[in-house]
Each structure stands twice: as C-alpha cells, then as structure tokens.
Design a protein around this ligand. Structure first.
Ligand code: NAD
Ligand code: AHE
Ligand code: ZN
Length: 375
C-alpha cells in the first residue's frame, strides 16, 4: 500500500450535530514529514462532541473527528526518520517539534510548528487534506482524525510507544488520562498534604483525582451533579463528594466552609464558565491555584472580581496536562505497563466504529467514562 491511495472506512461528520456517517474514504499517501497510521483503537473524548456540536470556533465540516487513539505506522513520507512502518504509535494532537520557539522555551508543552495548519483542518506541506470521499476533500481534526481506519499526521505529532503495550487500552493515553494527571503534576504541581477540589468527575476529573492521590493530597473533594459519580470516584482517590444540588449556598461557599477558608488547588474539568468562576473562588486566599482544564464554547468568557487575584488566588490553564507529547507519552505508556498509573479502569464500554453514534449517545447520557472503538 506504500505510496498508494488507501480506501478504508471512516466516520465522517458532514455537518455539525448531524449523525456521523461511515463512509469509504480515500486516504492519500503521506508526503514529506508525514506519517500514515493504521488506527486500531480510538476512544471518544468530550472534546470530539464539543467540536461536532458546532460550538468550536475551529470546527470545520465535513471532517473526521477523533484524537484519542493508538495504531501502527503503515508508511512514512520523505525525510521521516523517527518512526518507520510497523512501529506502534499514539497520535498526538499537541505536537512536539523540539525546534520551535515554544518547544525550546522550556516553559510550555505547546508546539508552534504545525498548529496553524491543524487548526484549519489541513496538512502543513500543501495546506490540503489527505482525506476525500469521491473526490470531495474532508477536513482533518486536531491533526489526528482518528475516527478512520487510516489517518495521515505530521511526524512531529507521533509518539512511538512500547511494541508490547495493549493498544486497546493505551489509546487513552492520547488525551484524557494524561490531561488530568499532568494538570496536577505539571501545571498545578500539587504538594503532599494539599486540599484539592475537582469539578466534574468524567475521565479528565478522575485522572486529576488519581494524580492528586499519587501526589499525596490529603483531602480530594469531588464535585459533580451526578451522585452516581461518587462511587466510581472513590476508586480514583476522591475522598469527599459534594453535589451542588444538595446545597442552597453557592458551591464556592460550600467548599470554603468545608475547608477552613478554601482549597489549595482546584480543577475545572467540565467546560462551564460559571463553574470556572466557582473553582477559582473556592481557592484559599493568598495562594490557592485553580486550573482550567475544561473547554468552553465559542463566545463564552470567564469572569471574577479582580480582588480574587489581588488577594493571591492564581488562575491557570492546561493543554494535554502540560506533557511534552512525543517525549512523555511513551513514558506514560511505560508507567501504565509497570502498573504505576491506571488506564483500564476508565474504559467502561467497548464497541466498533459502526456503533460510533451510539457511543456518542452514551457519552451524552452520562452513562460512560471512556468508550473504546475497535476499527
Ligand atoms: P465528561 O463529559 O466525561 O465529564 C464531565 C463531568 O462533569 C460529568 O461527570 C458531568 O456530570 C459533570 N458536570 C457537568 N456539569 C456540571 C456542573 N455544572 N457541576 C458539576 N459537575 C458537572 O468529560 P471529559 O471527557 O472528562 O472532559 C472534561 C472536559 O475537559 C471537557 O470540557 C473536555 O473538552 C475537556 N478536555 C480538555 C483537555 C485539555 O487539554 N485542556 C483535554 C481533554 C478534555
Ligand atoms: N478549538 C478549540 C480549542 C480546544 C482546546 O482548547 N483544546 C485543548 C485540547 S482538548 C482535548 O480534548 C488544547 O490542547 N488546546 C491547546 C491547543 O493548541 O489547541 C477552541 O475552543 O477554539
Ligand atoms: Zn480529548
């Protein structure tokens, strides 16, 4: 198949909010600096649903969504040296070129090399898509487009992982789990003995809990509107649960009262701007730090009284938990294989690509953490 167009199945989002359609898609060969990957397993993340909803300012249609996956390199374009056909890989929506101003700064995991192209659904080389259906181009998504049996990505967006790692599990290390762990370890740098509040106990919030537990946090307070989340959250380290529906006071006040003035760290893992405000305001005066992890819709803005920051609270955000993707995803895979971090526990459902719309329904009903699709 090397150098040839591959026709395979992919779930195409033709329009915002319209059911995805399994199509025969043509996938062009990788050009210079590109890698074609046979995707074997992909999970669904809330961000896929967000872009599909039409609320993402970068959402373009028709497109192939998906960004939490694992597969095997099928072929590589000219000049690609770090991976070869047969390598087991995880596509990374946050690239790592190691050469740009961002990569060299030592201050961020964001990479500038391909971000402008991936933000408009094309490849950097020729500013075109490698996907088409009957000659009609289909946009890429997040530089990954994993809801397809084959995808083409930039070489700076491919993490080569341990060949024995179970791809049906480690696909989760492409987004949600690292995001939560890294929000705690890299962005907040939670210290032992800290009090932590987590808003939203989906996969990302639960991974925050796991990260906080391994960092030695004392109180790990989970906040969710769904009481069912508490039982599962205990397994990830949440040791107190608050449902805002059980209180008349604003949730930030409830947490301040519970914690003698507020928590040391809070994490918003929902994407709701009023919860982001509550998460900041439940932090302790003088030092409490709140990390925004959730992605909010186009047009949404955060607000608080500046006095909250003047008096020492800190507002931060994180993308992919601050992990340098190509360098650290393989390390996370090894940690999973050494049983140092959980992955299997987040997988509540498995299906095939044909059932992708059902998998999204499940996510919207709140009935699942991660659903892994076999392609
Ligand atoms: P999810 O839908 O599985 O989890 C969200 C949880 O929030 C659910 O348990 C839900 O019951 C709860 N919730 C909803 N509204 C609430 C409210 N008002 N108060 C309390 N709880 C509430 O989502 P997920 O896949 O875990 O992703 C969480 C968020 O993180 C999404 O916005 C996603 O787009 C974002 N995300 C960001 C990054 C990043 O790099 N920054 C990476 C992955 C995901
Ligand atoms: N296009 C969106 C941006 C969404 C966003 O912030 N994405 C996160 C990853 S979410 C993964 O589930 C991220 O990494 N952002 C940094 C980046 O470079 O995109 C919007 O709202 O504009
Ligand atoms: Zn994601």
């Amino acid at each position: 198949t090397q150098g040839q167009v591959i026709t395979c199945k992919a779930a195409v989002a033709w329009e915002a909010n319209k059911p995805l359609v399994i199509e025969d898609v043509q996938v062009a060969p990788p050009q210079a600096g590109e890698v074609r990957i046979k995707i074997l397993f992909t999970a669904l993340c809330h961000t896929d649903a967000y872009t599909w909803s039409g609320k993402d300012p970068e959402g373009l249609f028709p497109c192939i969504l998906g960004h939490e996956a694992a597969g095997i390199v099928e072929s590589v374009g000219e000049g690609v040296t770090e991976v070869q056909p047969g390598d087991h890989v995880i596509p990374c929506y946050q690239a790592e070129c190691r050469e740009c101003k961002f990569c060299k700064s030592g201050k961020t995991n964001l990479c500038g090399k391909v971000r402008l192209a991936t933000g408009v659904g094309v490849m950097l080389n020729d500013r075109k898509s490698r996907f088409s259906v009957n000659g009609k181009p289909i946009y890429h998504f997040m530089g990954t487009s994993t809801f397809s049996q084959y995808t083409v990505v930039h070489d700076v967006s491919v993490a080569k992982i341990h060949p024995q790692a179970p791809l049906e599990k480690v696909c989760l290390l492409g987004c949600g789990v690292p995001t939560g762990l890294g929000a705690v370890w890299n962005t907040a740098k939670v210290e032992a003995g800290s009090n932590v509040a987590i808003f939203g106990l989906g996969t990302v919030g639960l991974a925050v809990a796991e990260g906080a537990k391994t960092a030695g946090a004392s109180r790990i307070i989970g906040v969710d509107l769904d009481n069912k989340k508490f039982d599962i959250a205990k397994k990830f380290g949440v040791n107190e649960f608050v449902n805002p529906k059980d209180h008349d006071k604003p949730i930030q006040q409830v947490i301040v009262d519970l914690t003698d003035g507020g928590v040391d760290y809070s994490f918003e893992c929902i994407g709701n701007v009023s919860v982001m405000r509550a998460a900041l305001e439940c932090c302790h005066k003088g030092w409490g730090t709140s990390v925004i992890v959730g992605v909010a819709a186009s047009g949404q803005e955060i607000s608080t009284r500046p006095f909250q920051l003047v008096t020492g609270r800190v507002w931060k955000g994180t993308a992919f938990g601050g992990f340098k993707s190509r360098s650290q995803v393989p390390w996370l895979v090894d940690k999973y294989m050494n049983k140092e971090i959980k992955v299997d526990e987040y997988i509540t459902h498995t299906m095939t690509l044909d059932d992708i719309n059902k998998a999204f329904d499940l996510m919207h009903e709140g009935g699942c953490l991660r659903c892994v699709l076999a392609l």
